[in-house]
Ligand binder design. Structure first.
Ligand code: HEC
Ligand code: HEC
Length: 395
């Protein structure tokens, strides 16, 4: 019953149009994206009625048509601690498959225990974000991947020194040379790592299955939660493929975040890059995919439970005090965004086996990386992907 009501509501807009007009509009939209150089997956999946809701199904990994050699090289580099100055920190130190692609820390720690100021978002499905980082300062994953290497509180290395080392290392230099005509360059390093990160795409949540097939895989309570998610206006900001990751929005009130991790320094988000008053405390809306696995929450990791995060969102961004019943329904709905294949340490589900590790953490191909990485996991440290990145075209 509930399911029918939701499908009907979502389909309403579609039915109102005749399908030809619909196709023309879809084609026009794809042309528009193409003209902007946006990838085709943004318009993907629009065949299913539910796809015409503001929330879109997650495309299959195959959509990306990724080069397996680049991915394999990127995998090794992702786990390569020697990309950091003291050889202790790799990408995987802070973005672990078994922790939902995060480090489960309030804020991350980098080389020598350096403490950053932001919470590590998940790398899973980050390929679908319109920009990367909380303040969107990287345009895409290729650019993003170079940031942490030179960030003083993350990997703290010098990018040129890293490139020199890779070019002098027979193993890596050889692999770069077979894949990229111009061998070891910053762009190719970013591209290889980004290619691996793109493979950390999961589209097997029950919610996604429901969106793509309409199969009755969601419980009554999950459907009620989804209904509330739409009715309360959560979907106004958390929409698109990632239920987020596609716009900047204001964190409506700073009140809760007065417990600052770095005393006296408030994270002003987009303002830090643009200097515009209206951008104070504006952040990229985070993805809600796999949200039960990525606690703690918010840009400063200040909120530990999903219940509390949802309640705060109701108060701060949806403008109302949510009832306990609504919070419960919303949290249960958010649980349906959990990838079925990820494994690792689930949030609400607890330990669900370590399947995720296999893909994301094992077999670091080169010597050094994995061992150092495991050591690092015991000490855990952090960063703040530098304030020193230049502003990009647009924001
Ligand atoms: C010391 C911990 C640490 C290391 C090492 C690290 N990251 Fe991150 N990562 C973070 C934090 C914290 C953020 C958020 C920073 C910000 O928004 O300013 C982040 C953001 C990201 C994002 C953006 C996700 C989003 O939703 O915006 C991606 C993708 C990512 N990291 C991938 C990588 C890759 C690839 C590497 C290795 C080259 C790497 N990270 C190394 C902690 C780390
Ligand atoms: C006006 C836009 C907007 C609305 C409406 C909104 N959110 Fe958010 N949401 C955000 C932004 C921006 C953040 C990140 C804030 C930060 O970290 O400072 C966020 C963060 C979150 C987080 C934490 C995610 C993470 O990875 O840390 C959850 C969970 C969440 N929202 C759920 C909801 C729910 C449920 C609703 C509806 C009750 C909702 N949001 C309504 C913009 C919005």
């Amino acid at each position: 019953m509930m399911r029918l009501r939701i499908v009907a509501a979502l389909s309403l807009g579609v039915l109102a149009l005749n399908s030809q007009a619909d196709e023309t509009a879809e084609q026009a939209y794809r042309d528009f994206l193409q003209a902007r150089g946006e990838p085709a997956w943004i318009g993907a999946g629009a065949e299913h009625p539910a796809a015409n809701s503001v929330i879109r199904p997650t495309p299959a990994l195959a959509t990306f048509d990724l080069d397996p050699d680049k991915q394999a090289l990127g995998f090794d580099l992702y786990h390569e601690a020697r990309l950091s100055r003291d050889g202790t920190v790799s990408c995987a130190s802070c973005h672990m498959g078994m922790m939902g692609g995060t480090d489960r820390q309030t804020v991350s720690r980098g080389i020598g225990g350096a403490i950053g100021s932001r919470n590590a978002p998940t790398v899973f499905n980050s390929a679908f974000n319109f920009r990367q980082f909380w303040d969107g300062r990287a345009l895409d994953l290729d650019e993003q991947a170079l940031g942490p290497i030179s960030n003083p509180v993350e990997m703290g290395h010098d990018l040129d020194a890293v490139l020199q080392w890779l070019a002098a290392d027979p193993y890596y230099a050889g692999r770069f040379a077979t894949i990229y005509p111009d061998g070891v360059t910053a762009a190719n390093l970013g591209n290889a790592i980004a290619t691996h990160v793109r493979t950390m795409t999961r589209n097997d949540s029950r919610f996604n299955r429901y969106l793509t097939s309409g199969e009755p895989v969601l419980s009554e309570q999950e459907l009620r939660g989804w209904q509330r998610f739409n009715d309360l206006g959560c979907a106004a900001c958390h929409n698109g493929i990632n239920l987020g990751g596609n716009s900047y929005q204001k964190l409506a009130s700073a009140r809760v975040f007065d417990d600052q991790l770095v005393p006296g320094v408030r994270d002003e988000g987009l303002f830090g890059r643009t200097g515009r008053e209206q951008d104070r405390q504006v952040f990229k809306v985070p993805s809600l995919q796999n949200i039960t696995r990525t606690a703690p929450y918010f840009h400063d990791g200040s909120v530990r439970s999903l219940e509390e995060a949802v309640r705060l969102m109701g108060r701060l961004n949806a403008g109302r005090e949510l009832s306990d019943a609504d919070v419960g329904d919303l949290v249960v709905f958010l649980g349906s965004l959990d990838s079925q294949s990820m494994g690792g340490m689930g949030g609400m589900g607890g330990m669900e086996g370590m399947g995720g590790m296999q893909h994301d953490m094992s077999g670091a191909g080169s010597p050094g990386g994995m061992h150092q990485h495991m050591q690092h996991m015991q000490q855990m440290m952090q960063m703040n992907h530098g304030q020193h990145h230049g502003n990009q075209e647009g924001f």
